[in-house]
Write a protein that binds this ligand. Structure first.
Ligand SMILES: Nc1ncnc2c1ncn2[C@@H]1O[C@H](COP(=O)(O)OP(=O)(O)OP(=O)(O)O)[C@@H](O)[C@H]1O
Ligand SMILES: [Mg+2]
Length: 239
């Protein structure tokens, strides 16, 4: 493992479902403690990208390195163990299981000696969940469910957290409270890769951004650069 390697680096990732190519040579990199957003319209390939990094889909070509260590092609649970947390699109909680059950299940992927510490750290980030440990996930508000999906991923002690459109279905104020966890994660040494459809929302939350269109990265830069780049809106709205 190299000290100067990026937290996460993708090189020429090609992936798809059956004969269908969805990601067509995606390269990107994420530094330690960086918040990076992948912006793209509906169907651009954001979810496929995060699922491929998380090991739920195997790339047909290309490499994925976590702090310099190749992880592409490994099964998802080993990628989780290696340090990648995935907060899936639509949250994918178990409605009848409690908040505490979700944290316990995810904690099983971490070393037993660390579980209590992880749980304390996670609940310190989301005090509202601590008050609802015995509540079933299906009865939580949308914002609380998103917090739980993030908390569950944090129970595996990730160094890189993948967040797939956590803003979906949430009121702007609640989205803000979800995005306010990013600086806290950064302080804890976690890098964030966020997938988002909304330009303004995504650019407001990130240091840097990549724009994905039809499975290819078409633009990248700092959030500030892209906020002032007319090509961004053209890419998005021109079709
Ligand atoms: N299981 C699947 N079978 C066939 N095609 C799929 C499948 N999953 C995704 N696709 C196709 O791959 C492309 C990328 O989809 P993906 O879900 O990655 O996009 P996305 O950027 O996450 O979109 P959204 O913003 O709607 O979540 C789309 O054209 C989609 O129709
Ligand atoms: Mg998606």
């Amino acid at each position: 493992m190299s000290g100067s390697a990026p937290a996460l680096a993708l090189e020429g990732i090609v992936a798809g479902i059956g004969p269908l190519t969805i990601l067509d040579g995606v390269s990107l990199a994420l530094s330690a403690r960086e918040v990076v957003v992948v912006l793209g319209a509906n169907g651009a390939g954001k979810t496929t990208l995060l699922r491929t990094i998380a090991g739920l889909l195997s790339p047909r070509e290309g490499g994925i390195r976590l702090f310099g260590v190749p992880i592409e092609g490994r099964p998802a649970h080993l990628i989780t163990r290696a340090g990648i947390g995935h907060v899936p699109s639509g949250r994918e909680l178990f409605p009848r299981l409690t908040v505490g059950d979700h944290l316990d299940l995810a904690g099983r992927l971490s070393p037993p000696a660390r579980r209590n510490e992880l749980r304390e750290r996670t609940l310190a980030m989301f005090p509202a969940l601590g008050e609802r440990l015995r509540q079933r996930a299906g009865t939580l508000s949308g914002g609380e469910q998103q917090m739980l999906a993030i908390a569950r991923a944090l129970m595996t002690d990730p160094r890189v957290l993948l967040l797939d459109e956590p803003s979906t279905g949430l009121a702007p104020k609640i989205v803000l409270s979800v995005f306010q966890t990013f600086p806290v994660l950064r302080e804890q040494g976690v890098s964030v890769l966020l997938a988002e459809q909304s330009l303004t929302l995504g650019l407001s939350a990130a240091d840097r951004a990549y724009i994905i269109d039809q499975g290819r990265i078409v633009l990248s830069g700092t959030a500030r650069e892209l906020a002032n780049d007319h090509r961004v809106a053209d890419t998005y709205l021109g079709r």
